[in-house]
Design a protein around this ligand. Structure first.
Ligand SMILES: NC(=O)C1=CN([C@@H]2O[C@H](COP(=O)(O)OP(=O)(O)OC[C@H]3O[C@@H](n4cnc5c(N)ncnc54)[C@H](O)[C@@H]3O)[C@@H](O)[C@H]2O)C=CC1
Ligand SMILES: Nc1nc(O)c(N)c(N[C@@H]2O[C@H](COP(=O)(O)O)[C@@H](O)[C@H]2O)n1
Length: 261
């Protein structure tokens, strides 16, 4: 079987077998990221690292084609300037003709740069404009500039530290005009922690790369960090995984699991 067919069958069957999605009024949530053997998702000072190998990137891009939206935090957008599109496709599939996911960014202070790739590419056919959730305390001039360039801005409530309410974000996403029924969450570290803490993840897919990054790298889940900013309905229990599956893509192991309520 080709790598594209294997990635397609792996990702599709995981999504098709989700029972009892967490959110009754929100999309199905897949949390996915790549980490090193010592649990790091990026290098010193957040330096972006290609941890995934070519084959596991194919799996991640396949997963992107199966979701309506990809959510990242503003930390990731500023650090990585990602495209968040599906590009590593199978024979006969074109970036411009497959349904590309909508980029969704949690950005409390509207720090989103006008030069970001997700905004620039949205002027090209087939790429959806970025949807930015922000707090009511955003800069209205910046908002106008972003909207002129095609970004969609949705202000919602935030806690005293400026953190946006994830349940509220999810409830907006599943309704028209967005109609996101499958949401892929890619990170970074603060977003991963927020989604796990409030138990809003249905499917967890972690690519484990056989490399060590070292103590200066950013941990995927740093239980020692004081994340007093997360004031959602915090569930102190660690997530419990069921039906854990492992699949090798190239040199990487991909762990996939459903997360219990
Ligand atoms: N290896 C991988 O798969 C991935 C690695 N990364 C890495 O992660 C790093 C960025 O992570 P972080 O700095 O932690 O930034 P982040 O991407 O998690 O964004 C966090 C920011 O989002 C905003 N936010 C709004 N509401 C929030 C909420 N409810 N919970 C959490 N944040 C909320 C806040 O401004 C917060 O500072 C980069 O180094 C990037 O390269 C990012 C994605 C995937
Ligand atoms: N699956 C995966 N493996 C890695 O090694 C990574 N560094 C990431 N990072 C995520 O992908 C985004 C970049 O996406 P584009 O290639 O620009 O579309 C990056 O911002 C992280 O969210 N993922």
């Amino acid at each position: 079987m080709s790598i594209h067919d294997r990635a397609k069958s792996f990702c599709s069957s995981l999504l098709e077998n989700i029972v009892n999605p967490k959110s009754k009024n929100g999309p199905i949530v897949t949390l996915t990221y790549a980490q090193s053997l010592d649990g790091r998702i990026s290098g010193h000072h957040g330096k972006q690292l290609a941890l995934s190998c070519e084959e596991s990137f194919v799996m991640t891009h396949r997963l992107r084609t199966l979701h309506d939206g990809i959510l990242v935090g503003i930390g990731t957008l500023l650090n990585d300037n990602p495209r968040l599109t599906a590009r590593l496709l199978g024979p006969g599939e074109l970036e411009s003709t497959i349904s590309q996911p909508r980029p969704i960014i949690l950005d409390s202070q509207l720090r989103f740069p006008l030069s970001s790739k997700v905004l620039l590419q949205s002027k090209t056919n087939g790429y959806k404009s970025p949807l930015i959730f922000t707090s009511y305390k955003h800069d209205s001039d910046k908002r106008k500039l972003l909207e002129q360039e095609g970004a969609v801005i949705v202000p919602i409530e935030s806690n005293k530290n400026g953190q946006l309410s994830i349940p509220h974000v999810l409830s907006i996403l599943c309704l028209p005009p967005f109609s996101i029924s499958r949401l892929m969450v890619e990170g970074g570290a603060k977003i991963i922690k927020s989604f796990l803490k409030i138990n809003m993840v249905d499917l967890l897919i972690v690519t484990i790369a056989p490399v060590f990054v070292g103590a200066n790298g950013i941990l995927a889940i740093d239980e020692n960090s004081t994340n007093s900013q997360i004031e959602e309905e915090v569930n102190d229990d660690l997530p419990k995984l069921v039906n854990v599956k492992y699949e090798q893509f190239g040199r990487d192991i991909v762990l996939a699991s459903y997360v219990l309520s």
